[in-house]
Design a binder for this molecule. Structure first.
Ligand code: PGA
Length: 240
């Protein structure tokens, strides 16, 4: 795993965007694996700026998002479909038919997981962007998730529900389940960029980089990825 430590969040966002901008220039028809959460927002803003300057286009890009809450309609303001439109898709020329995100309000969730897994088999991510949970999760693959998992429904852990409750009006509104791309499908990406910002991620970053590779810290599996870059700001990197 290559590690880049930046002075602050803005530099982290800039560094991450450089890799994606380079991909968009060299391979305009690419598959971009995208993440939600607060960490990639600065990266997405930089991509919007590059698009507005005419440096890059998304018109041939296929997106593949990591996860979605179960039970939230795609217009709910805390759904990840809404987040992606608000923070990236509405501001660039990506085609709506090329947007892919698990459907957390599908009637048959099992069928939806199979559909999404089949889509990923045919659309390997050129770059997969990841955040990291304070418990080391990637996507919503919580501790204990097998490394060969495919898209599946998860019960969110108490720590994830608590972390994410800051975005809801109260903790009871946070969905208890989600659909997530599996760790096996993340590991098949040609390149992985994992972003970590802030001191509350420092232990997870330590476990990811220096800990044993095991399912108690799902992100530790990335030590086995042939082309993974961790970009952490100095607060998140303070234990490594
Ligand atoms: P965050 O979430 O970017 O909002 O910290 C990361 C994650 O839980 O994967």
């Amino acid at each position: 795993m290559k590690i880049i430590i930046t002075e602050n969040y803005d530099q982290l966002s800039k560094k991450a965007s450089e890799f994606i901008i380079e991909l968009l220039k060299s391979k305009p028809k690419c598959v971009l694996g995208l993440a939600t959460g607060t960490t990639p927002i600065g990266l997405y803003q930089n991509l919007i700026d590059a698009y507005n300057k005419g440096e890059v286009s998304f018109k041939d890009v296929t997106s593949a998002n990591l996860d979605e809450y179960v039970g939230l309609q795609k217009d709910h303001d805390q759904s990840y479909a809404y987040f992606m439109r608000k923070n990236l898709f509405n501001h660039v020329d990506i085609k709506s038919e090329n947007l892919n995100i698990p459907n957390g309000s599908a009637k048959d969730l099992q069928l939806e997981c199979e559909r999404y897994s089949n889509f990923l088999k045919d659309n390997i991510q050129d770059i997969q962007v990841l955040g990291i949970g304070s418990n080391g999760h990637i996507g919503f693959n919580e501790p204990g998730t097998p490394f060969d998992s495919t898209t599946h429904v998860v019960d969110l852990t108490e720590s994830t529900i608590k972390d994410n409750s800051r975005l809801f009006s109260c903790i009871d509104e946070v969905p208890k389940k989600a659909i997530t791309m599996g760790i096996g499908e993340i590991m098949k990406s040609k390149m992985v960029i994992i972003l970590a910002s802030g001191a509350n991620k420092a232990q997870a970053v330590y476990n990811t980089v220096k800990g044993e590779v095991n399912t108690t810290c799902p992100a530790s599996v990335l030590q086995n990825h042939p082309n993974c870059i961790l970009i952490a700001d100095k607060d998140a990197a303070k234990l490594i």
